[in-house]
Design a protein around this ligand. Structure first.
Ligand SMILES: *[C@@H]1O[C@H](CO)[C@@H](O)[C@H](O)[C@H]1NC(C)=O
Ligand SMILES: *[C@@H]1O[C@H](CO)[C@@H](O)[C@H](O)[C@H]1NC(C)=O
Length: 644
C-alpha cells in the first residue's frame, strides 16, 4: 500500500507539480497563482479527473488564514451547494460548475489586499477518497505617481566636507512594495562610500499599501552643476513590472573660479580719445567672486569692483588692466587681464605756417599733418567748399581768387576723430576793382549821392577819393571803409553842387588804379499836377540807406520826366508810360489800402509779381515833393521808404 501510494505520488509530481493526488483515482489540477488588481474580480479554476468518472463528487473551497489555519468557504455535493456563513468571503464569492463538469471556478469579487493567500480546492469522490489543489492569489495595486519632495533649495558648495542631501523621492500607496532607483543623467546611482548615499524608508499604510521614500545624499562635484537627477519607480502588476519616473531636477553647485574674464564692455569696437571706457571683470566661479581688485598696471590705478570706468580716455590709459578675484571661502586668487588701446589724433600742423604771401602767378605747396594710430583722411576747404584731398595742397598760378583762408581737416573715419587747422594765403599784386559798373550819373542839384567802390589787392589797397581838379569833394562825413569778403569797399556821400568828376583812386606797393564817377547836375522841373514820379531801382540791399553805384546807375538810366533825345529815347518813353500807368494803379491801390478798403494783401502781391519779372525788383512809388513813399517789396509787405 505504501509502495503503491509512493509510486502514484511520483507520477502525480511528474505530471503536474502542484497537483497533490491523495488517492490515485482523483486528480486535481490548478494554476500556481492567479494575479489580479485590487478591486478586480479573481477567478480560480479547479480541474479534476477521477478514474470512476466524475459523477457525485463533493467539492470544497478553503483558504489559508493569516494564522495558517484552513477555513472552508464553500461546500457542494450532489444534493446541495453551501456558501459558508460568517466568513470573509460569504458575500463575495460564487462558484460555477458542479461535481459533474470536471471543472469548477471560484469567483471572488472586489479583491482586497487581505485576499492575498492560498485558495484550496478539495475534491472528494464517493469511494476514491479525496484530492486537493492550491492556487496562490496575488493582489496588486499600482502606486501613485512618484515625485521628488524636499529638493535642495540652496546651492551646494564643492568645499562641503560631508555628503549633502539632494532630495527625497517618494512613491505612495503601492502593493506590493515598489522599488525606487535614483539616476544621475542616465546612470542609476548606487551607494558609494563618501560619495553617494541612498537612504530608503518604507511605510506600510493602515490600508496595507506601501509608501516608499528614498533620500539621496551626494558629495557634490563641479560637474554636477549640469547633471539631471531623477528617480525611477518599478512595481509589479499582474503579469509583469511597470516603471514610472519623476521629473528631472538640477542642483546649484557652488564652485571656485578657475579663470577671470576681463573685457571692454563699452564702447564696442575701437576706442578713441575722449571716450568713456567701461571695463568689466568676472571670474567663472559660481557664484562669481565679489572680492575683486581691478588695476591698471601702468598707472597702478585701482578699483575694488568688477567695473572699471575710465572717463575721457587719453593714450595715458593705454596698457594692461589686471583683475584679481579671491575665492570667498579659500581666498585663493585668480587673475585675468585685458589691454586697452586708445586711438588718438594729434592736432593738425600746417606747413608753412600762415599767413603766407604768394606772388601773382606764383605757386605754393602746403602740407597738413596730424598723427594717428589709424588711417587718416585729409581734406582742404576754402569758404566751406572742398578744394583738395590729401595732405598736400598745391596752388599754381596764384591769382586774387586764390587768396583766402584754407582749412585743412584731418579725420580718422574709423573712430570719428577729427582735427583742423587754417592757413590764410594772400596773393600779392596791384589793386583790382571788383565792380566795373557804369559810373555815369545824373543828379539834381543839392541831391546827395552815394558813391562806392570796391577793390582788392595785397597788400590791402589804399582808397582815396579825389576830383579831377584836385578839389576836395564835398564829402558829407568821411569815407566809410569796410573789409568785405573779397577786398575793401569805400563809400562816400556827396552833395551835388555842380557837375562832378570823382576819382576813386586805389593803390598799394604793386600798383594803382582809378575809377571815375561822372555826375551831371541837372535842374529839377516842376512836375505836372496829379502825376507822380516813379523810379525803378535795382538793388540787392533790402534798405536804400546804402546805394551802391549799381543803384545810382539805374536811376540815371531812367531819369524822371526828363527823357533826352537819345537813340533809345523812344523805347524809354514807352517804358515810362507803362511805369506811369503802373504808378497810377499803384497810387490808387495805395490810396485804397490807406483807407483800409483793400483788406487782403494778395492783391498787392499779385500786382508786384505781375509787374516784376525778377525777384529782386523793388517798385518804388514816390509822390513828387513829399518825401513820403512806400516800398512794395517782393513779399508784398509794406516797408517805410528812406529819404534820399
Ligand atoms: C525590488 O527590489 C528587490 C530587491 O532588489 C527585488 O527583489 C524586486 O524584484 C524589485 N522589485 C521590482 C518591482 O523590481
Ligand atoms: C586819381 O586818378 C586820376 C585818374 O587816373 C589821376 O588823374 C589822379 O591824379 C589820381 N589822384 C591821386 C591822388 O592819385
Amino acid at each position: 500500500m505504501a509502495a503503491r501510494d509512493a509510486s502514484y505520488l511520483l507520477l502525480g509530481l511528474f505530471v503536474i507539480l502542484n497537483t497533490w493526488g491523495v488517492r490515485a483515482d482523483i486528480e486535481v489540477n490548478m494554476e500556481d497563482r492567479v494575479e489580479v488588481f485590487k478591486g478586480d474580480t479573481a477567478q480560480i479554476t479547479c480541474m479534476f479527473t477521477s478514474s470512476e468518472g466524475i459523477g457525485g463528487m463533493m467539492i470544497q473551497w478553503l483558504y489559508v488564514q493569516r494564522t495558517g489555519e484552513r477555513q472552508r468557504i464553500y461546500y457542494q455535493d450532489s444534493t446541495m451547494t453551501v456558501i459558508d456563513r460568517g466568513t470573509e468571503y460569504t458575500d463575495r464569492i460564487s462558484v460555477n460548475g458542479t461535481g459533474a463538469t470536471a471543472e469548477v471556478v471560484l469567483t471572488i469579487e472586489d479583491v482586497q489586499l487581505t485576499d492575498e493567500t492560498e485558495f484550496i480546492c478539495v475534491i472528494t469522490g464517493l469511494t476514491d477518497g479525496a484530492a486537493e489543489g492550491r492556487t496562490m492569489l496575488k493582489v496588486f495595486k499600482p502606486p501613485a505617481l512618484p515625485s521628488i519632495i524636499d529638493k535642495v533649495q540652496t546651492g551646494i558648495s564643492v568645499h562641503e566636507d560631508d555628503l549633502s542631501k539632494i532630495g527625497t523621492c517618494e512613491v505612495k500607496n503601492g502593493f506590493p512594495k515598489p522599488n525606487i532607483t535614483w539616476y544621475r543623467n542616465t546612470t542609476p546611482l548606487r551607494a558609494v562610500w563618501n560619495k553617494v548615499a541612498i537612504v530608503p524608508r518604507v511605510t506600510i499604510e493602515s490600508s496595507g499599501l506601501y509608501s516608499v521614500q528614498s533620500e539621496l545624499h551626494l558629495k557634490v562635484e563641479k560637474s554636477d552643476k549640469d547633471d539631471e537627477f531623477y528617480c525611477e519607480v518599478t512595481y509589479f502588476v499582474p503579469g509583469g513590472t511597470r516603471m514610472t519616473e519623476t521629473d528631472k531636477m538640477k542642483i546649484t553647485v557652488f564652485y571656485p573660479a578657475t579663470e577671470v574674464k576681463v573685457w571692454v564692455e563699452s564702447p564696442k569696437g575701437k576706442i578713441k580719445e575722449g571716450d568713456t571706457v567701461e571695463l568689466h571683470c568676472q571670474d567663472n566661479g559660481n557664484p562669481p567672486s565679489s572680492i575683486i581688485s581691478f588695476r591698471h598696471l601702468e598707472s597702478n590705478r585701482q578699483v575694488d569692483t568688477n567695473v572699471f570706468v575710465l572717463e575721457n580716455v587719453t593714450t595715458k590709459d593705454n596698457g594692461q588692466y589686471e583683475c584679481t578675484t579671491y575665492d570667498t571661502e579659500t581666498f585663493e586668487p585668480t587673475k585675468g587681464t585685458t589691454s586697452v588701446f586708445v586711438h588718438s589724433l594729434s592736432p593738425a600742423v600746417v606747413e608753412p605756417k600762415g599767413p603766407v604771401v604768394v606772388a601773382q602767378g606764383g605757386s605754393l605747396e602746403v602740407t597738413c599733418n596730424a598723427q594717428s594710430s589709424l588711417q587718416t583722411e585729409t581734406t582742404w576747404f576754402k569758404n566751406e567748399k572742398e578744394v583738395s584731398k590729401g595732405q598736400t595742397l598745391m596752388l599754381k598760378d596764384a591769382s586774387f581768387d586764390t587768396a583766402g583762408t584754407y582749412k585743412c581737416v584731418v579725420t580718422v573715419p574709423e573712430v570719428g576723430l577729427s582735427t583742423s587747422e587754417s592757413l590764410h594765403i594772400n596773393v600779392q599784386g596791384p589793386p583790382e576793382f571788383l565792380n566795373t559798373d557804369n559810373t555815369d550819373l545824373e543828379k539834381y542839384y543839392d541831391e546827395t549821392v552815394e558813391l562806392s567802390c570796391e577793390a582788392r589787392g595785397f597788400p590791402d589797397p589804399e582808397i582815396k577819393w579825389t576830383t579831377s581838379d584836385e578839389q576836395e569833394l564835398q564829402v558829407i562825413g568821411s569815407a566809410l571803409e569796410t573789409h568785405t569778403e573779397d577786398g575793401i569797399k569805400s563809400m562816400v556821400k556827396i552833395k551835388v553842387t555842380s557837375d562832378i568828376t570823382a576819382f576813386c583812386n586805389v593803390s598799394n606797393d604793386h600798383g594803382a588804379d582809378a575809377r571815375i564817377f561822372k555826375i551831371k547836375a541837372t535842374v529839377k522841373t516842376t512836375p505836372a499836377p496829379a502825376t507822380t514820379t516813379t523810379t525803378i531801382t535795382t538793388t540787392r540791399a533790402t534798405t536804400t540807406s546804402s546805394i551802391s553805384s549799381t543803384t545810382v546807375k539805374a536811376q540815371t538810366a531812367i531819369p524822371p520826366e526828363k527823357v533826352k533825345k537819345e537813340s533809345s529815347g523812344v523805347i524809354i518813353a514807352v517804358i515810362i508810360i507803362c511805369i506811369l500807368l503802373l504808378a497810377i494803379l499803384g497810387s490808387v491801390l495805395y490810396f485804397l489800402y490807406k483807407k483800409g478798403k483793400l483788406c487782403g494783401r494778395s492783391g498787392k502781391q499779385d500786382l508786384t509779381k505781375e509787374k516784376s519779372s525778377k525777384d529782386n525788383i523793388v517798385v518804388e512809388m514816390k509822390s513828387d515833393n513829399t518825401e513820403e513813399a512806400v516800398l512794395l517789396g517782393v513779399n508784398g509787405e509794406k516797408q517805410p521808404s528812406n529819404n534820399q
